[in-house]
Design a protein around this ligand. Structure first.
Ligand SMILES: Nc1ncnc2c1ncn2[C@@H]1O[C@H](COP(=O)(O)OP(=O)(O)OP(=O)(O)O)[C@@H](O)[C@H]1O
Ligand SMILES: [Mg+2]
Length: 351
C-alpha cells in the first residue's frame, strides 16, 4: 500500500490554523499542540520502494520493518545526528505526521517551532526550515533543543542563575549551561542511544558470535541495560542467528554483560559532561552545584546513567519526568508564551 502523500499538499486549505511545536529527532518525532499536549510521538523512520521511491510506511509501522525490510523496500532514519540527512524523505515523513493532525481536524497551515541541536550549521538549519515549510507549515521558527528542554522541565531560563541540562537522544548528547535566556557554555558528543544499540550488536557478535537485529539490541538496552551496578542483576533471553552456522540460537544475558558492552559510549557521555563543567565559569558552576543537573531525552532513561554521572561529577543529577517529551513540551510552552520567551527563538542570524 502506498500513501498518496504528495497529493496531500492540496488538501491543506480552509482549515483552522494552530501553532505547532515539532521535535524532529534522530530517533523519534514529536508534535505538541497547545491545549492538546503531545499529539504525536512516532519513530523517525520511513520505508519506501526502491524502484520508484514511493512511500510504503512511516513511523511505528516503518520501525517494525527497520532491519528486516523485504527486498525491494528500504527503511531508513532520514535524520542523522539531529540534522536532516535525507531532505526528501524528511519532508515526506513530516508531511505524513502533520497530515495525521490535519485529519483530526486540527491544522491548516500552522506556524511551527522546531527544535534543533546547538551544533547546527547555517546550511543544516536551512534544510530543517525548508523541510518543515514544504511539509505544509506557514512559518517556521527554530529553537535550540537544550533551551526548549529546560523550559519543558520548568527551569527558569530567563534567570541569571545557571542551570545545566543534559539531553541524550538517539543520535547526540547535548550538554548546555543556560542563563539569561541563552546558552552560556555547552558541549556535545555525537553519541546517543542509537550508537548504544550498535555497541550491543557488536558485543553480541564478538562475545557470543550472535547476529542480532537493531530492534533486538534496543530492547536489550531498555530491559537489561545499565550504566551503574544495579541492586539486582536483570536477565533477558535474546534470540539471534549464530554467525558461522546461520542457525537461530537463543541465549540469556545479564545486565553486567550489557554494562560491559555499553562502557565505551557511556564513558564518552560522562567525559563530555565533565568537559563542559570544566569550561563553565566558577560562579555558574556554583549555581549548578546548588541546583543539580537535569537529564532529558530517551537516552537518559538508561538504567543507572544518572547515578553514574552523579558519582563522577559530585553534583546531584535527576532525570526529568517524561524525559522523552521535555524538548517538545518546552517548544510548545514557548509558542504559547511568545511574549515571555521571544528571546530564546533563533532570530535568523544563522542564515
Ligand atoms: N528505557 C530506556 N533505556 C535506555 N534507552 C532508552 C530508553 N527509552 C528510550 N531509550 C533510547 O532513547 C533514544 C531516543 O531518545 P529521544 O527520543 O530523546 O531521541 P531523539 O530526540 O529522537 O534524538 P536526537 O535528540 O539525538 O535527535 C533511543 O536510542 C532509545 O532507544
Ligand atoms: Mg532529541
Amino acid at each position: 500500500m502506498a500513501f498518496g502523500i504528495r497529493g496531500l499538499r492540496r488538501t491543506f486549505t480552509n482549515i483552522i490554523t494552530n501553532d505547532m511545536a515539532i521535535d524532529l529527532g534522530t530517533a523519534s518525532t514529536l508534535i505538541y499542540i497547545e491545549g492538546q499536549g503531545v499529539v504525536l510521538k512516532q519513530p523517525s523512520v520511513i520505508s519506501y520502494r526502491v524502484s520508484d521511491r514511493s512511500i510504503v510506511a512511516v513511523g511505528d509501522e516503518a520501525k517494525e520493518m527497520y532491519g528486516r525490510t523485504p527486498s525491494g523496500l528500504e527503511s531508513v532514519k532520514p535524520m542523522k545526528d539531529g540534522v536532516v540527512s535525507d531532505f526528501a524523505l524528511v519532508e515526506e515523513m513530516l508531511r505524513y505526521f502533520m497530515h495525521l493532525q490535519q485529519k483530526r481536524g486540527l491544522m491548516g497551515h500552522p506556524r511551527v517551532l522546531v527544535s534543533v541541536p546547538t551544533g547546527i550549521t547555517a546550511v543544516e538549519s536551512r534544510a530543517v526550515k525548508d523541510s518543515v515549510e514544504r511539509a505544509g507549515a506557514r512559518e517556521v521558527y527554530l529553537v535550540y533543543e537544550p533551551l526548549a528542554a529546560a523550559i519543558g522541565v520548568d527551569i527558569d531560563v530567563l534567570s541569571p542563575s545557571a542551570n545545566m541540562v543534559i539531553d541524550i537522544g538517539g543520535g547526540t548528547t547535548e550538554i548546555a549551561v543556560i542563563a539569561l535566556a541563552g546558552i552560556v557554555a555547552n558541549g556535545s558528543a555525537r553519541i546517543g542511544g542509537d550508537e548504544m544499540d550498535e555497541y550491543i550488536q557488536r558485543w553480541m557478535k564478538n562475545v557470543y558470535h550472535l547476529d542480532i537485529g537493531v530492534n533486538t539490541a534496543e530492547n536489550i538496552k531498555k530491559n537489561v541495560g545499565s550504566a551503574f551496578v544495579l541492586d539486582e542483576e536483570k536477565y533477558m533471553e535474546v534470540r539471534g542467528m549464530e554467525i558461522d552456522s546461520g542457525i537461530p540460537k537463543s541465549i540469556k544475558i545479564g545486565s553486567s554483560e550489557v554494562r560491559e558492552a555499553l562502557k565505551e559510549p557511556v564513558k564518552m557521555i560522562v567525559q563530555a559532561v565533565k568537559d563542559t563543567l570544566r569550561k563553565t565559569k566558577a560562579e555558574l558552576s556554583n549555581d549548578i552545584v546548588d541546583k543539580g543537573i537535569v537529564m532529558t531525552g530517551g537516552g537518559s532513561l538508561l538504567n543507572g546513567l544518572s547515578d553514574l554521572i552523579q558519582e563522577e561529577t559530585n553534583i546531584r543529577v535527576t532525570v526529568a519526568e517524561n524525559a522523552e517529551e521535555s524538548v517538545v513540551r518546552g517548544a510548545g510552552k514557548i509558542l504559547a508564551n511568545l511574549e515571555i520567551y521571544e528571546k530564546v527563538i533563533m532570530k535568523g542570524e544563522e542564515e
